[in-house]
Design a protein. Structure first.
Length: 330
């Protein structure tokens, strides 16, 4: 059995140039922001794969490309055996859209404040023609609310009557309404309190076990990623720099950037483990550094790093894009 999702050489560029007349007067070239550049990965049925990295690394853009909120500049996305990225017809997209749903980051912005919870959850059921009669909708919405630990009485309330955690439960119920195989979760717990985060993550693990769901999980929180994921991809300035199963990545990270992210986690065990600080800010994706984009911040960079872009290479159970690792300089 092949992967449920396969991404090949995926890129997304945005034109962020000033208006044409401004560019003509100031003689400026077009400004192209390369949010995602040539990434590829596979996700097997029932897995949770996480993409991590600092803000602006392109992980949320990948999420939006996978659910076709954005069209790719280059590359292909296969859902099952179907090239999802090449389909343009809404009619052809509809059965795939039913199987892929998204949970958004902000539960305060992703629910229509003028709709009751009943209508919010009923929308995908009506849109996909799954259930149309009132009684059938009422039964199914009650089931979905109970599945996320809410009550049938909550269906008559408005979003403002709920806490952030409860709103995210409503978002999850809405995502599950069309009985999807695959959920794309764009930092679904980052706007919530830590105690509520744990409840939502435990709910997601429970639903995955019960319904056989597959997750693409977007996060910058490595503690969340370690709790939930089977595999992890580390992104930096639009590119994958490391890919490994979760245990391998957390116990034996290879890429200097991955090490930097893990070193930022507080050492609660006071183990006294040596840490290599990495200074500097994330460069602009409009004008990224030459060669390896991480070289201005990397303590192991050399001339090759400054001029030649590394590609992902397999190292046992993990893939790394780093000249220093390849040359055993780390």
């Amino acid at each position: 059995m092949g992967p449920i999702l396969k991404v090949k050489n995926l890129s997304k560029h945005f034109d962020v140039s000033p208006p044409l007349i401004t560019r003509l007067v100031s003689r400026e070239e077009k400004s192209i922001l390369k949010a995602v550049e040539g990434i590829g990965f596979e996700i097997q049925q029932g897995e949770t794969v996480s993409l991590v990295g600092e803000s602006g690394c392109g992980k949320s853009t990948v999420a939006r490309l996978v659910v076709k909120l954005y069209e790719p500049t280059n590359g292909e996305i296969f859902f099952g055996n179907q090239n999802f990225s090449s389909i343009k017809s809404r009619k052809e997209l509809k059965p795939i859209r039913r199987r892929i749903q998204m949970i958004f980051q902000d539960p305060y912005a992703s629910l229509n404040p003028r709709w009751r919870v009943f209508d919010i959850i009923a929308e995908p059921l009506r849109a996909h023609g799954i259930i149309s009669d009132k009684q059938g909708l009422k039964r199914r919405i009650t089931e979905l609310l109970e599945q996320v630990s809410l009550s049938s009485a909550d269906s008559e309330k408005f979003p403002h009557e709920f806490s952030g955690g409860q709103r995210q439960r409503i978002s999850i119920a809405r995502a599950l309404a069309s009985q999807p195989d695959f959920l794309v979760c764009d930092e679904p717990t980052s706007a919530l309190d830590v105690s509520v985060q744990a409840q939502i993550l435990n709910l997601m693990k429970k639903l995955q076990k019960e319904l056989g769901l597959t997750y693409l999980f977007i996060s910058h929180d490595l503690a969340v990623v370690s709790h939930l994921s089977d595999k992890v991809g580390v992104m930096y300035l639009g590119r994958l720099v490391e890919w490994a199963d979760t245990k391998t990545l957390f116990q034996a990270p290879k890429h200097p950037y991955t090490k930097m992210l893990l070193d930022a986690i507080p050492d609660l065990n006071l183990s006294g483990k040596a840490r290599t600080p990495v200074a500097g800010e994330v460069p602009s994706p409009i004008n990224p550094p030459s060669g390896c984009h991480f070289h201005p911040r990397c303590p192991w960079s050399n001339e090759r790093c400054r001029t030649e872009l590394p590609t992902l290479m397999d190292q046992q159970q993990q893939s790394v894009a780093c000249h220093a690792v390849e040359e055993n300089r780390i």
